[in-house]
Design a protein around this ligand. Structure first.
Ligand code: DGT
Ligand code: CA
Ligand code: CA
Ligand code: ZN
Length: 605
């Protein structure tokens, strides 16, 4: 790819994400202004989502306001703002709004515990307009005197602030992967660079990433040139450190830190191993080496006394020399992987190519942005290996998300049949994401639930309570096949609600209920260590993208990354199977239930 093309690609993604950011902040401003502006807030929030989900840069659609009108969520007024932005780089209404609302506090509005009314009160009563003074005020106990700020609310706010702080310091895996791969491509083009690879938590696919680590090899005579090349890439905002073998920079975008380390070819494997981590995994490896009279560091596996190099060119070589099976980066967390590698019993991890279908998604029938037919056509083109996709629109109590009433689901069944007939393939399956209500009952009648091919049951309310009982009750329902986003967390924004996981996993195993890995970048729910606990209990896992737009189907990779970090092989993931097996899983649950009922009736006779 030549430089001109790269430049063009960068400006392309910029328009959409910049506008999405502005619209999101405008929505926050309107929410802050109060109830009268709530429809504006909703409209701008919708426009922000649309911007994030566009396949092409907005300028491609923006030939005039009329053509923008065709995009979902973009009416005439917002269309004009887009045109204004493309022409002038600014939106006057936004510039005006910024002056009326304390901008520094606005970011907090995305955090659990900081609604617009709360922020307004704090701003007006405490006369604070920046985050630091607000945080200080909370810590000094000043807000306890305000009306409506009880101990539970304040506790909740403190937890929210902690999350917010963490989210400032660490990126989501999805963002870091994009940034990391962009920079890796650029590093590979620096004159003199031979090999380069991502290392650190990014290579291990941890759910959040502190900084991006890159390992590079080059001829020794070129090292100076490579370091100089790295610190002068156009994406670099600031050089943090620069030495002979390493450099650290901050990127312009999001001020992401990138650490680059240079090594010789024959050290590449041991350096990659060292800088991939985790630190805890490395410590265990070093102890192993020591017991054998060796030492292990970034320069190789060496004899302690003679300094003879035993291994170092590849990671495989180092693991082999230590008497270990190769350990995939996703498992390097000191969670028992070294012991298993010694016994040569590591699982053969699931790969993206094993996936045969997507288990949760939403269409325009509820809160998705695409018609069922468009989704089906897109999947046929982009994911030809998929044998099925399950449409799982929301149930009635999800009012904001446009949940469907029973009669509407029955209409949707007809539409799904029509689409399948048109594409000549039983690709689209009939499902729902049914709400688990406060008492653990479901939001749709039993007779309808029985008609679905697949039922995911999820919690969308009551995030501060222990939700174990609700989830257990849902598992006991014969028509619930899977628990969706089981912990309810949003990384950096909302903590998981309390759940007794051991109880839930036992119930899921006993009732034959699957548990979801939701691959939405902010969810990654169930999280990796709990996935491992779940499969140890014999639970079957599904991976789903929960897509609300076409661009989100590619998140399947993130779900697979979580499954790998949870030690899953193909056998533990239901949607690596053909639809026949999914149907068997479903029938199994019904049989289990029927069996239990018949035993109960025998006992009562
Ligand atoms: P992050 O950036 O916080 O998401 O996590 P990592 O794992 O990428 O950590 P980072 O960037 O500080 O260092 C990259 C790798 O380098 C780390 O996974 C292991 C290795 N490493 C760094 N510092 C040490 C250390 O003091 N001892 C050992 N054994 N390894 C280290
Ligand atoms: Ca790192
Ligand atoms: Ca680092
Ligand atoms: Zn949901």
């Amino acid at each position: 790819m030549n430089h001109a093309v790269i430049q063009q690609k960068e400006t392309r993604t910029n328009h959409n994400s910049e506008l999405a950011g502005i619209f999101h902040r405008m929505a926050s401003c309107y929410r802050y202004k109060g109830k009268e502006e709530r429809f504006r807030a909703l409209a701008y929030e919708g426009a922000s989502r649309t911007m994030n989900n566009l396949k092409e840069d907005i300028s491609v659609y923006a030939t005039d306001v009329q053509s923008l009108d065709k995009l979902s969520g973009i009416g005439e007024s917002i269309g004009e703002k887009i045109m204004e932005f493309l022409k002038t780089g600014k939106i006057k209404t936004y510039e005006k709004l910024r002056k009326e609302v304390p901008q520094d506090l606005l970011d907090l509005m995305d955090i659990n515990g900081f609604g617009p009314a709360t922020i307004k009160t704090l701003h007006e009563e405490l006369k604070v307009d920046n985050r630091d003074t607000l945080i200080a005020a909370i810590q000094e106990g000043k807000i306890e005197k305000l009306k409506g700020f009880g101990p539970r609310k304040i506790e909740n706010m403190k937890r929210g602030l902690k999350l917010f702080k963490e989210s400032r310091e660490r990126m989501l895996l999805s963002e870091a992967l994009i940034a990391g791969n962009e920079i890796l491509d650029i590093v590979l083009k620096i004159p003199g660079v031979k090999k380069a690879a991502l290392a650190g938590s990014l290579r291990r696919k941890k759910e959040t990433i502190g900084d991006i680590d890159i390992i590079t090899t080059a001829e020794r005579s070129n090292w100076k040139k490579v370091i100089a090349g790295f610190i002068s890439i156009p994406q670099c905002d600031k050089v943090l450190a620069k030495g002979e073998t390493k450099a650290s920079i901050l990127l312009i975008k999001n001020h992401t830190q990138v650490d680059l380390r240079l090594v010789n070819d024959h050290e590449y494997g041991s350096a990659l191993l060292y800088f991939t981590g985790s630190k805890e995994h490395n410590i265990q490896l070093r102890l192993m080496a020591k017991e054998k009279g060796w030492k292990l560091n970034e320069y190789g596996l060496l004899d302690e006394k003679t300094d003879t190099l035993l291994a170092g060119k590849t990671e495989e070589e180092v693991y082999h020399c230590l008497g270990l099976q190769f350990i995939p980066p996703e498992l390097r967390e000191d969670r028992g992987e070294i012991e298993m590698a010694m016994k040569r019993k590591l699982p053969e991890l699931i790969e993206i190519k094993d996936i045969k279908g997507d288990m949760q998604m939403h269409s325009t029938w509820s809160d998705g942005s695409e018609e069922i037919e468009a989704i089906a056509l897109y999947i046929m083109k982009e994911f030809p290996q998929y044998e099925y996709i399950i449409m799982t629109d929301h149930s009635p109590s999800e009012r904001i998300a446009g949940g469907l009433k029973p009669a509407e689901f029955r209409k949707q069944f007809v539409e799904i049949d029509r689409v399948n007939k048109k594409i000549g393939k039983e690709l689209v399956k009939k499902g729902t994401e049914v709400d688990i209500l406060a008492d653990g009952s479901l939001d749709l009648p039993d007779d309808l639930l029985e008609e679905f091919d697949w039922v995911v049951a999820s919690i969308h309310t009551g995030f501060n309570k222990d939700n174990t009982e609700r989830l257990l009750k849902a598992c006991e329902h014969p028509s619930v096949h899977c628990i969706g986003h089981p912990s309810g967390r949003l990384i950096g924004r909302r903590e998981p609600y309390p759940v007794d996981w051991r109880k839930l996993f036992e119930k899921a195993a006993a009732t034959g209920t699957a548990i979801e890995i939701n691959a939405q970048p902010e969810r990654l729910d169930l999280k990796d260590d709990l996935v491992k606990d779940a499969i140890d209990k014999g639970i079957i896992i599904t991976i789903s993208t929960d897509s609300h737009a076409l661009t989100q189907f590619h998140n399947m990779q993130l779900g697979v990354d979580v499954a790998k970090r949870g030690w899953c092989s193909k056998g533990e993931i239901l949607n690596t199977n053909s639809w026949k097996v999914v149907k068997q899983f479903r029938e199994n649950k019904e049989k289990k239930h029927a069996f239990k009922i018949s035993i109960l009736s025998l006992l009562s006779d």
